[in-house]
Write a protein of this length. Structure first.
Length: 202
């Protein structure tokens, strides 16, 4: 299961962004200062790196999937029993609350175990606006690092296939239709907060 650790090594914009985001995690007062403009997430204005990942139809999606809509992107894995469960539950609730259109993009950190049928089930649990993607392990790691979401596989737990886990941050990214990251949510976000922020952008 993901632990939701928040030691950020955020690559966007160089060291100053890394410093600010780290401060937001470890110092609640600093976090409040960074949440400017009335947003519940941390303001970021960085382009999304290009990618090519396999969808549940067996074809490949690129960053073009972000065109013409706001998208919430989350890195996780289908059998995660921790931070993923909470994050995806809030995204399901967001569909009920929000009057603004949006999409959800789930990028698997575990392409070996997250089979296409398993990811298809995850998509169906969220609705037609959800897309689950997977890719070659090295490519997924590179993309996660580019988003400031490094993760590690827990080899000790791997001996028990039913209990394997990844350590990964539970960050959620709001991406605009112009392929730029607008907000980053660390942990503890709610559907109501996401809806309020989405309303401000729409």
């Amino acid at each position: 299961m993901g632990t939701g650790y928040d030691t950020l090594r955020f690559v966007f914009g160089g060291g100053i962004v890394a410093l600010l985001l780290a401060a937001a995690v470890w110092m609640p007062l600093a976090s409040g200062l960074l949440k400017t403009g009335g947003y519940h997430g941390l303001l970021v204005n960085q382009s999304v790196p290009d990618f090519a990942l396999e969808n549940t139809r067996g074809t490949f999606d690129t960053a073009a999937i972000l065109n013409n809509r706001f998208t919430f992107l989350f890195f996780g894995y289908a059998q995660c029993a921790g931070v993923c469960v909470r994050a995806l539950a809030e995204l399901r609730e967001l569909k009920r609350l929000s009057q603004q259109p949006f999409a959800v993009l789930f990028v698997s950190l575990d392409p070996e175990r997250d089979t296409l049928p398993l990811l298809r089930t995850l998509e169906e649990s969220g609705g037609a606006h959800w897309t689950a993607l997977r890719g070659e392990l090295r490519g997924v790691q590179s993309l996660a690092n580019a988003f400031g979401a490094p993760y590690s596989y827990q080899a000790a737990a791997a001996r028990d296939e039913a209990g394997y886990q990844f350590d990964h941050p539970g960050h959620l990214y709001l991406i605009g239709p112009e392929h730029r990251i607008r907000l980053v949510y660390t942990t503890g976000f709610s559907a109501r907060e996401l809806s309020a922020d989405l309303q401000q952008f729409s």
